[in-house]
Design a protein around this ligand. Structure first.
Ligand SMILES: Cc1ncc(COP(=O)(O)O)c(C=O)c1O
Length: 502
């Protein structure tokens, strides 16, 4: 028997061929088998997954970084430590990881656990394809195309296209790149003088817009933050004023980025009105729907993005409200040829794009070369749930957010800090004669240390606020009751000056 031990990794994984001499074609089919030790290892890993999902831990197991560093072996050894050590490393990792699957995890704009998507993630890693060519990723290519096509349909881009990206930040940058190409197609060859190009965002937009301006050489000064109304929506009258002012200054407006679902308040800019301004002014309209895009599933809430079909490009994160494992995010564009032009640097890759599958080689519409398969998990989850399942998920989140708001409004020690339409609930603890900012900041720190909940702290104007967000399928009314009780109890203790045990 011909057995090749894979010495390099000293693992128990072996390559083998069947007995006897074999024709050359069979060598190509040489498999990988795993022996008993490796099988046991896999069983151990699966048991870790099961107990993690059993959810008996706290959300946080808070420990200062200096202490965690002391009790964790971070050395990279000369000689490998073997698979039994791998299990110990996994245990240490999981013990101190924030348990984002638990209902008390209400911190960023994502959380929970989707088992079909989880399976998709594992299987995609098992297959380990790269998304640049059809030849290398036949199934994944077709799946990604089907997803992009469906998402384009949902935003109202019947002839649109797009790509899966590393997240909304990346999607916003590609949107800005497409807008810049649209304004100055020759610049891609010649180079751009960013200082003359100006874009407009709401004052409450995500910071990734600044990142995009930085990367693309637009410059922070040329990202105009348009003031918002009391509900956190971009003011269209102010947008028009700013565009006028820019033109008078001799600069060139090139793009408006509207937000559907702002990070802190969950506000939706008036896309339809903004689109009208963009159309009159011949400006590209990109919509950052990283957080709010999932409203499109719901007949009740899709009106929040009224006019989205008038946009030129959209980004939409499935790893936020839809609960897909990070990362899974779509960039969608109405006129596909612009994305293709923006990504035309790939045309020189004669070693990759062989010409016979140009239309289906997704590397031609991506900024990445090697790219992981984020499509399979979304595909499996979507087929498992269906549009109706996503709609129920979204609507349930908003119902729960309404419930949380009602609890806050009926509690004398809590107050709402913003109006709301989405599942962001901006609140603070309140009492007579306290420094609200100090109390709420301390309260949040204590809440995280206690370990049952993780919620976010943010600012609205000069006020520090607490922002639980409902984006986790395991949250129930009971979770919310417990959250409210714990916030009030910790707040009361701070105000009474009672020291905490941990
Ligand atoms: C409104 C908005 N846009 C964009 C992003 C960035 O998304 P990502 O983290 O996927 O890059 C976020 C992240 O929270 C966001 O809230």
């Amino acid at each position: 028997m011909s057995v090749i031990i894979w010495h390099k990794f000293k693992s128990k994984i072996r390559c083998f061929t069947a007995q006897g001499s074999k024709p050359a074609s069979d060598w190509a089919k040489m498999g990988i088998i795993i022996d008993n030790d490796a099988n046991e290892f896999l069983d151990e890993v699966v048991s870790r997954i099961r107990s993690y999902l059993d959810g008996t831990d706290n959300v946080t197991n808070f420990i200062p970084q200096s202490s965690l560093r002391k009790i964790t072996d971070l050395s990279l050894p000369l000689e490998g430590l073997g698979l039994s050590n791998t299990i110990r490393d996994i245990d240490q990792f999981l013990k101190y990881s924030v348990k984002t699957n638990l209902p008390g995890f209400m911190n960023p704009l994502w959380g929970g656990f989707n088992i079909a998507a989880f399976a998709g993630e594992i299987i995609a890693t098992l297959a380990n394809n790269s998304m640049y060519t059809y030849e290398l990723s036949p199934m994944a290519t077709l799946i990604e195309q089907a997803l992009i096509h469906r998402m384009c349909e949902m935003v109202g881009f019947p002839d649109g296209n797009g790509t899966l990206t590393t997240g909304g930040s990346n999607g916003n940058m590609i949107g800005m790149m497409c807008a810049r190409y649209h304004a100055d197609p020759l610049g891609q060859q010649r180079g751009f003088n960013g200082e003359n190009l100006v874009c407009y965002v709401s004052a409450e937009s995500h910071y990734s817009v600044l990142m995009a301006a930085n990367v693309l050489g637009i410059g922070f000064d040329n990202v105009i933050k348009v003031p918002c109304d009391l509900d956190g929506r971009m003011r269209v009258d102010k947008l028009e004023e700013e565009i006028h002012r820019t033109r008078v200054n001799g600069q060139t407006p090139f793009c408006v980025i509207a937000t559907s679902g702002t990070t802190v308040r969950g506000s939706f800019d008036p896309v339809k009105d903004i689109a009208e301004v963009c159309s009159n002014q011949e400006l590209w309209l990109h919509v950052d729907a990283a957080w709010g895009g999932s409203c499109l599933f719901s007949a009740t809430y899709r009106k929040l993005m009224d006019g989205i079909e008038l946009a030129d490009s959209v980004c939409w994160d499935s790893h936020k409200m839809m609960g897909l494992p990070l990362v899974c995010s779509a960039f969608l564009i109405k006129k596909p040829e612009i994305l293709r032009k923006v990504c035309s640097h790939g045309n020189v890759a004669h070693y990759l794009f062989l010409g016979d599958a140009e239309e289906v080689d997704l590397g031609r519409t991506s900024l990445q070369c090697g790219r992981r398969n984020d499509a399979l998990k979304l595909f499996l989850a979507w087929r498992e749930k269906g549009d109706a399942g996503w709609a129920r998920l979204v609507e349930n989140y908003i119902d729960l957010a309404n419930y949380l708001q009602a609890q806050v409004e009926s509690n004398p020690n809590l107050e709402m800090m913003s109006s709301r339409v989405w599942s962001n609930v901006c609140i603070r603890y309140t009492s007579a004669d306290i420094d609200h900012n100090i109390v709420n900041k301390t309260l949040r720190q204590q809440l995280v240390k206690t370990g049952n909940f993780m919620i976010s702290q943010s600012n609205i104007g000069d006020d520090i606020i607490l922002r639980p967000v409902i984006a986790n399928p395991s949250v129930t009314k009971e979770t919310i009751d417990n959250l409210v009780e714990e916030i009030v109890s910790i707040g009361d203790d701070i105000v009474r000056g009672i020291p905490f045990s941990n």
